[in-house]
Ligand binder design. Structure first.
Ligand code: MF3
Ligand code: CO
Ligand code: CO
Length: 320
């Protein structure tokens, strides 16, 4: 158990008593969700039948990620990946959520190197040394599963490995930080502290989101500190994504002027992202989009002997 004068588990480098002690004891708890009268059902909280639908949607999305995993090799075009995703989804009787979403022209987002998110598949072939984020969203019987992974194409640079590691670890650190009745804002605190302590930056302009029958719904899930999410209580049954976009350089981004979708880092340095759909249950967060074949919590993306991220040790201990 962390003591009052120990450093806080969230990585803020403040003393525990000055940081998360009160909220951990449910003092000063203001709830935007929970302020509603008890008998009124919170529409963001799913019933057990609805949770089951989301589990099925998340599992299919993960299965699709495992299906395309072996194709992430030099020479394949992102249009070919798009066709694989479209065909597999349709053949299984489901719908690619991205296709036609606010006019998006393809079935997934393919974000290569300095592309932060919403890259559009095209005729460019992947090259040795690229990193590519594959962001998949599927509608399964009316319910959405949404997840993404960053893949290495052949041999990639140490910087690519590092920023990918920070994105992956920050996602899992944030998942371990949350609990039923806890605060949504802890996600952003943990991700920002971890990324910035390791010399990386966190994208502000795009956030995680509530998910269910709707692709993007309340609450917004910032991957940085903010006041609104700090007061939002994670009630059991709430479903949302965490999808930290972590940059090797500046957090600032530029939207492509022509296609109005592709988001790039302002300094053209690398950006990496991982995303899971998460269901908060009575006993803790459940990852709905865990793949069978992909990297598991604790996975190392680093070259043998490469300097590891500064650890985030206290967190794991208290939250386990
Ligand atoms: N999958 C993305 C997310 O994580 C959203 C992509 S929307 C699209 O929220 F239109 F660009 F496909
Ligand atoms: Co998402
Ligand atoms: Co996504």
């Amino acid at each position: 158990m962390v003591q009052r004068n120990d450093p806080c588990w969230c990585g803020s480098e403040k003393k525990y008593k000055k940081c998360h002690l009160d909220p951990d004891q449910n003092k000063n708890k203001k709830s935007l969700v929970g302020n509603q009268k008890k008998e009124k059902k919170n529409p963001l909280c799913l019933s057990s039948e609805e949770r089951q639908k989301m589990r099925v949607a998340g599992a299919f999305n993960a299965q699709l990620m495992d299906y395309i995993r072996p194709y992430m090799l030099p020479g394949i075009t992102t249009n070919q990946i798009d066709k694989l995703v479209y065909d597999y989804t349709i053949q299984h009787g489901h719908i690619p959520a991205c296709l036609g979403y606010h006019g998006f022209p393809k079935s997934l987002c393919t974000s290569v190197n300095e592309v932060v998110c919403h890259g559009i598949p095209d005729e460019r072939a992947l090259e040795n040394g690229d990193i590519i984020n594959i962001d998949l969203t599927t509608i399964v019987e009316g319910w959405h599963g949404d997840s993404s992974e960053t893949f290495f194409v052949g041999e990639v640079s140490d910087e690519a490995r590092f920023v990918t590691q920070i994105s992956f670890d920050s996602l899992y650190h944030s998942i371990r930080a949350i609990r039923p009745g806890g605060r949504l804002g802890d996600i952003g605190i943990v991700i920002q502290n971890f990324a910035e302590n390791n010399g990386c930056s966190v994208v502000r302009d795009y956030q995680g989101h509530g998910i269910g029958r709707t692709f993007h719904q309340a609450p917004s899930v910032p991957h940085f500190k903010d006041t609104f999410s700090a007061n939002f209580i994670l009630e059991p049954g709430i479903c949302f994504t965490i999808e930290p976009m972590i940059n090797a350089g500046t957090w600032e981004i530029v939207l492509d002027r022509k296609d109005k979708w592709t988001v790039r880092t302002k300094d053209k340095k690398l950006s990496a992202q991982f995303e899971h759909t998460i269901l908060m249950t009575e006993s803790g967060p459940e990852i709905l989009t865990q793949t069978k074949l992909g990297p598991k919590e604790g996975h190392s993306f680093l070259r043998d002997g490469q300097a590891k991220p500064k650890s985030f040790g206290v967190l794991a201990k208290i939250r386990s």
